[in-house]
Design a protein around this ligand. Structure first.
Ligand SMILES: Cc1cc2nc3c(=O)[nH]c(=O)nc-3n(C[C@H](O)[C@H](O)[C@H](O)COP(=O)(O)O)c2cc1C
Length: 345
């Protein structure tokens, strides 16, 4: 049996395999109220039937102004809980474990009425300049993440992931490129980490399941103003100390698309590997891992503990079954007998 498709006890989760659907914004909430739609049931349901072990719902905003667009999902109000719970219950009944990515876009929140960020620095000319967050703003956003974690608990999620990557608010705090603050939340690495470190104990009190964070381990900046790999490894160790169960390693998104980004199969895996060497908690890999052999290789050589497949699962909700064929995994089980019949001509 392949490691990719074998059951695993990992990051506090009991998973039927190591295939993870990473968070991917669908921007389909036409009513602009942040609530789950029938599309979400069909979209995520298809991937649950396809035997994805863990489905992480798209970036879901902890505050209305934390949305990238008005069509994002939200978890900023108690009114969101019921719709999320129905979705979680359905995905559970289809056999998947379910998580949600908790996000705040900071200066990337395109539609925000009051755009906030660690520093008054625009993402680019089209996004508009944010307001530098006051200490009250920081406390409020921390509280919003904690309250959102509590709502995720009520909705029955198995895991939550803090969005600390791709130039979202937490990423903006962590990187010196986007954090020019002169107070306790800027300057040293310790200060830039403070917003996360301070809220983790309360998040752990609010949410009993597995708590992950997604990090961008490089901004592809070539001017020497970004965190080094060693800095990220230090952040990883602090996150482990502060109770994070799994580190989801990505890259980029803080600056406008850089021409120097090398894109190839597994292009982010070297970063996953760097983080694996620094921490003892599980590390999840993502980024053009569509070839099942590549995921299996990263798992077997202990360069990663979980394999996320994003665009591959958009193209093919039955990606795990295809992976089983490629890996000659005869123990892999499709959803039910009718789906089994679909395997043969
Ligand atoms: C349509 C789309 C929406 C995405 N939305 C999010 C998101 O909400 N949060 C996030 O962290 N990454 C997001 N991503 C990035 C994916 O989670 C993933 O890291 C990326 O697509 C690389 O993996 P892949 O090569 O397997 O697609 C998005 C990607 C796509 C294609």
């Amino acid at each position: 049996m392949s490691k990719l498709l074998s059951p695993a006890q990992i990051a506090g989760l009991s998973l039927k395999n190591r295939v993870v659907m990473p968070p991917m914004c669908m921007y389909v909430v036409e009513k602009e109220d942040g609530k789950v739609t029938p599309f979400h049931h069909a979209h995520y349901g298809a991937r649950a039937i396809g035997q994805t072990g863990l489905i992480i719902l798209e970036a879901t905003a902890v505050e209305p102004d934390g949305r990238l667009t008005k069509n994002d999902l939200g978890i900023w109000s108690d009114e969101h809980i019921l719709g999320l719970k129905k979705l979680v219950d359905e995905l559970h009944s289809l056999g998947a474990k379910v998580g949600v990515q908790l996000g705040h876009g900071g200066h990337k929140a395109q539609d925000a009425l009051d755009k906030i960020a660690p520093s008054a620095l625009a993402y680019n000319d089209n996004y508009g300049k944010p307001r530098e967050m006051t200490l009250e703003d920081i406390k409020r956003v921390q509280k919003s993440f904690v309250t959102a974690a509590g709502r995720a608990q009520e909705a029955g999620f198995d895991m939550i992931e803090l969005h600390g990557a791709h130039g979202y608010l937490i990423n903006q705090f962590l990187e010196p490129l986007s954090n020019h603050r002169l107070d306790a939340y800027g300057g040293s690495l310790e200060n830039r980490y403070r917003i996360v470190g301070e809220m983790l104990p309360a998040i752990k009190d609010a949410f009993a399941g597995s708590i992950w964070i997604r990090l961008s381990m490089t901004a592809y900046d070539e001017t020497g103003q970004q965190n080094t790999i060693t800095d990220w490894q230090t952040i990883g160790r602090w996150l482990e100390r502060d109770g994070i169960d799994c580190l989801d390693i990505s890259t980029g998104g803080l600056m406008e698309l850089q021409p120097n980004i090398p894109i190839y199969s597994g292009y982010q895996a070297p970063y996953t590997n760097h983080m694996k060497q620094a921490v003892s908690i599980p590390v999840s890999a993502v980024g053009l891992l569509n070839a099942p052999e590549l995921g299996e290789y990263l798992l077997q050589t202990e360069q990663a503990d979980l394999i996320e497949v994003g665009r591959g699962l958009i193209r093919n909700p039955n990606w795990p079954a295809e992976a089983a064929t490629v890996l000659h995994d005869h123990d892999f089980e499709v959803y039910n007998n009718s789906y089994k019949r679909g395997q043969f001509k």
